[in-house]
Design a binder for this molecule. Structure first.
Ligand code: ARG
Length: 461
């Protein structure tokens, strides 16, 4: 029979183009380990329930173990004619062990099987990515400790706003990555239920025990509704949502690295290991990894949009449309894994240029707010009025092309007679950052403490 999969009803094989659009083996072979683990748990359950003999169960597990070894050693011959990973494994199993191989699919459909495989794959991927994000946090925290007192300009609108510390800036990303990890964990907790037992869509007439397979595969339990079990891809969408936001965060940091590396900024430098040269301009050191992280967010967010679009019009339950979940999922996970790894490498690699950062932080009247705050604190001006007085003083200094602390006391008192020489004490970038000791503020003392806290909160005891 030309059709090994559903030969009973079919006399003829599929059109070539039908085979081509239908086959998923080129990408879903990636699920082989999950598929085989699921089949082993299913076989054990069938034996325990008396649906399969112990002898058949043993033959099936032996065959599956051999198939896994064949795949891992590159000896397995995948066939497009056999459509997907499920049929490829099952066909080989029957070749290996005979008719017992055909009993494995009792009380199961590819619908609950694929739902299981993808779930297991997403769960493994979440664990791996969360671990990598933890490593990224560890790198950021180490560098934050090193640069706890390194002054740089803080920006709003990419305009110099107030002096901050580089360590504080890096710790902001530690918080963002911490939320990304939390979102992945939330997704994992919600998705950790087993679809096995739903079979095609309605459940099974065999005396199966889905609690057994769920437990064996590390799930909290079986899914409550068989229709939901085979048609739910929420976990893929949630994972891609969490991945998108993580990628957005990495992209923002990547953009900052690109800016900081640029000649007009020169805040940081990356080593040879994380830059590339130009084929024509000998002087170039381009931060390609940062640019690629910024670029790859497109395919990750694209995958999220693709999944939402695939699912939005699907009636219950399974539709072949859902086969389209895998390529975007795999691609996005691969891209995110690369991005996290490359970002961790860059963070460990980068070298700050504290002189340059401090010089830029001191320019453009970055301590103007400190002057206004002094007027509020020391002579009791309402903040609005202090803002106005400071604005006039900044205008005076700017007209003369000098910094605020280069205005003489006479010049200041001409604007506000109650100003004293003590004001000069707050007009340095060091005083500015040191004063910002409020909760979550940028003071070096805070950063040193925040580093310890972050290690405890995110890296464990
Ligand atoms: N390759 C399919 C997928 O990825 C497996 C499930 C097919 N089920 C079916 N009834 N055609 O979705």
């Amino acid at each position: 029979n030309p059709n090994r999969m559903w030969g009973g009803r079919y006399a003829l094989g599929p059109a070539e183009i039908m085979e081509k659009i239908n086959a998923s083996i080129d990408f879903d072979r990636r699920l082989y380990a999950q598929d085989i683990a699921g089949s082993m748990a299913h076989a054990d359950m069938l034996v325990a329930q008396g649906i399969l003999t112990a002898k058949d169960g043993r033959a099936i597990k032996r065959g599956l173990a051999q198939i896994r070894a064949e795949i891992e050693s590159g000896k397995f011959r995948f066939s497009t004619k056999l459509e997907d990973i499920h049929f490829n494994v099952e066909a080989r199993l029957t070749d290996l062990i005979g008719p017992a191989g055909g009993r494995l699919h009792t009380a199961r459909s590819r619908n609950d099987q694929v739902a299981l495989d993808v779930r297991l794959w997403v769960r493994d991927t979440i664990d791996r990515l969360e671990n990598m994000l933890r490593d990224l946090q560890s790198a950021l925290i180490d560098r934050a400790e090193e640069y706890a007192a390194t002054i740089m300009p803080g920006f709003t609108h990419l305009q110099t706003a107030q002096p901050i510390t580089f360590g504080h800036h890096l710790l902001a990303y530690v918080e963002m990555v911490g939320r990304d990890r939390g979102r992945l964990r939330d997704c994992r907790a919600r998705m950790n239920v087993s679809p096995l037992g739903a079979a095609a869509l309605a459940g099974s007439p065999h005396p199966i025990d889905p609690r057994k397979t769920a437990k064996a595969l590390g799930f909290d339990g079986p899914m409550a509704n068989s229709l939901d079990a085979v048609s739910d891809r929420d976990y893929v969408v949630e994972f891609l949502g969490a991945a998108s936001l993580a990628a957005v965060h990495l992209s923002r940091l990547a953009e900052e690295i690109v800016i900081w590396c640029s000649a007009p900024f020169r805040f940081i430098a990356l080593s040879d290991a994380f830059t590339t040269g130009s084929s024509i301009m000998p002087q170039k050191r381009n931060p390609d990894a940062a640019e690629l992280i910024r670029g790859k967010v497109g395919r990750i967010v694209g995958a999220f949009v693709a999944l939402c679009t695939i699912m939005k019009g699907l009636p219950l339950t399974y539709g072949k449309d859902m086969q389209e979940d895998k390529e975007p999922l795999f691609d996005a996970a691969d891209a995110l894994e690369l991005c996290i790894g490359a970002m961790t490498g860059m963070i460990r690699d980068l070298k700050a240029n504290p002189e340059r950062m401090r010089a830029v932080a001191s320019a453009d009247y970055s301590v103007a707010t400190d002057l206004a705050d002094w007027l509020v604190r020391e002579i009791g001006l309402p903040f609005r009025q202090a803002h106005h007085v400071t604005g006039v003083l900044v205008g005076k200094a700017a007209a003369k092309g000098i910094d605020l602390d280069k205005l003489s006391l006479d010049e200041m008192q001409a604007v506000e007679p109650r100003i004293t020489a003590a004001v000069y004490g707050v007009l340095t970038v060091e005083a500015s950052v040191a004063a910002r000791k409020s909760i979550g503020g940028t003071a070096p003392a805070n950063v040193a403490r925040a580093v310890k806290e972050a290690r405890r909160r995110f890296l464990g005891p």
